[in-house]
Design a protein around this ligand. Structure first.
Ligand code: PHE
Length: 359
């Protein structure tokens, strides 16, 4: 019986996995196992022999069963340790997906949102129009007839017409002013809108790109005047640049679609090569504006005898460069991720229309 005991305890200790442990259990204490067979032999013994052998066999069976159970637990622990070693992970590694893929709000989108929010507070709604525009909306309705020099000055991109089609070609809109016409046609007077969007001109240098962004403003009512225009713009620039009152200068100018027309400058100065807005005796041009020309109201179906109003057009990229100190306009559209991370805005930090109203 000691041989039996030693044999099985040694084999259990040596078992390398649960399968060989199970085989051992069957050969030792299974129904037809060696120890079970020995217990059956008890019946053939004399009562005296049985009294000695019985308890010993039972004790051996118990001992082997508990050795099997203990070994089973040890093997399971070892298997788990092995798996954990194989699946070791460094929780301090940077994430592969979400953390690095988190984008930023482009300065143009950010500034469009800021501008829209400020004008919304003054009762202006946001309007839109197509980027491929008809000759009528981009020019004629705005009092720029076919022969007008303003057409040549705008470096227009023309869309192709099919062979034999002699109608004037569509254009990539050269400004957001066509949205004035479309909105007046659709809504009539009175109205107050801004229209942000892309515009196109064949031009390329440090301050010009063939695609850029404008924001159009239009207010039509019974007695809107230049004084309203001046107040609205000064209010806008003060809030936008975060300055306590900023001076504007209106310079007489000419646009076919406004009369009178004015170019608007904001007060600034240069200190050690650094631009300072709202102080000093320098001026920086920021937009074109004027009182909507009666011919434009008429072209859009609004009675010029009953209604009047102001309009302005401002470069979004330009004021974004001024506010956030971005030196080169061309970099706006290079899609360089390093630039975008540097100048972009976090959708979580800044409440924006594009990023979600989470502020
Ligand atoms: N559309 C003009 C431009 O692109 C700007 C402007 C808009 C001027 C509205 C006056 C009124 O330069």
């Amino acid at each position: 019986m000691d041989d039996l005991r030693n044999k099985y305890l040694a084999a259990i200790a040596d078992a390398g996995d649960e399968a060989s442990l199970e085989t051992l259990r069957v050969t030792a204490v299974g129904k037809k196992g060696e120890i079970s067979l020995k217990m059956r032999e008890l019946g053939k013994m004399t009562p005296d022999e049985r009294q000695i052998a019985g308890p010993k066999l039972n004790a051996l069976k118990d001992e082997i069963n508990s050795a099997l159970a203990a070994k089973k637990v040890a093997l399971a622990d070892a298997a788990l340790d092995e798996r954990l070693r194989g699946e070791w992970l460094d929780v301090t590694l940077p994430g592969r997906g979400a953390a690095r893929g988190m984008g930023t709000i482009h300065p143009v989108s950010q500034v469009m949102d800021e501008v829209a929010a400020i004008f919304a507070d003054m009762g202006f709604a946001v309007a839109e129009g197509p980027q491929v525009e008809s000759d009528w909306y981009n020019f004629d309705a705005l009092n720029i007839p076919g022969h007008h020099p303003a057409r040549a000055e705008m470096d227009t991109f023309y869309m192709a017409r099919s062979e034999g089609d002699n109608r004037p070609p569509h254009v990539l809109r050269t400004h957001t002013s066509p949205v004035q016409i479309r909105t007046m046609e659709a809504q009539g007077a009175p109205l107050r809108i801004i229209a942000p969007g892309r515009v196109y001109r064949a031009d390329y240098d440090q301050t010009h790109t063939p695609m850029f962004h404008q924001i159009e403003g239009l207010a039509i009512d019974r007695d809107i005047s230049m004084a309203n225009l001046k107040w609205v713009l000064e209010e806008f620039f003060s809030v936008f640049f975060g300055l306590d009152g900023i001076k504007t200068r209106f310079r007489a100018s000419h646009f076919p679609f406004t009369e009178p027309s004015a170019e608007v400058d904001i007060q600034c100065s240069w200190v050690d090569g650094q631009l300072r807005l709202g102080e000093g005796d320098g001026w920086l041009e920021v937009l074109g504006s004027g009182m909507v020309h009666p011919k434009v109201l008429q072209a859009a179906g609004v009675d010029p005898a009953a209604w009047q109003g102001f309009a302005f057009g401002m470069g979004i990229d330009r004021i974004a460069m001024l506010k956030y100190g971005i030196p080169d306009l061309r970099a706006f559209f290079d899609s360089d991720l390093r630039w975008l991370r540097h100048y972009g805005f976090s959708a979580l930090d800044v409440p924006t229309l594009q990023g979600g109203l989470n502020g």
